[in-house]
Design a protein around this ligand. Sequence first.
Ligand SMILES: *Cc1c(COP(=O)(O)O)cnc(C)c1O
Length: 231
Amino acid sequence: MSQTIATALSAVHQRIALAAGEAGRPPEAITLLAVSKTFPASALREAYAAGQRAFGENYVQELSAKAAELAELAIDWHFIGPLQSNKTRAVAESAHWVHSVERLKIAERLSAQRPAQLPALNVLLQVNVSGEASKSGCTPEELPALAQAVAALPGLRLRGLMCIPEPTADEALLRSRFALLRTLLAALNTQGLALDTLSMGMSSDLEAAIKEGSTLVRVGSAIFGGRQYQH
Ligand SMILES: *Cc1c(COP(=O)(O)O)cnc(C)c1O
């Protein structure tokens, strides 16, 4: 089993390196986030033993439980799932990053609830790059004002943007979704922000995302296999 996760991880690293090479980018410019939702702590331990340090979780209780169980490991925890206001405290207390902020109210709660002894929580704003086909994320029109407001919150450090395009077999359409997120980030940086993170690309589309400038790919099934249950 450990062989399987280690082997899968190295295959993903090869995919990243190949896509980066084709895009003329250094492979170190892309962080691999291992999305471990639904998998037991033992699977994370195996990935950790193979060198993986950044792990992504979608469900607040699962994040809290795994962070407690694996407290002795030097893991960077990323919360990537939908976040309701009554669940922000647990995320503010146990995550290093949150990818799914789409409303100022959630950001304000995370900032207020971030423990003072911890460094600022790294935050990405989730953007709906697919129009009506996807319900998650702020719209590109809402983004500039949201970004400026979030950047001003003391407990947070706004680092960039995240998207989940609608599933499509149309490679050009997919690339255009990722390109939109890259363009939006560049525009914010001309407006006084200093954002360095584009969270885009998953198991099935990380190559397209890397070619459009992704700095962080979120990969679950290609590392851990198919998920056994859905929440
Ligand atoms: C589950 C999930 C992933 C990983 O998806 P795979 O297709 O298994 O790689 C990435 N990002 C988000 C937001 C997810 O919920």
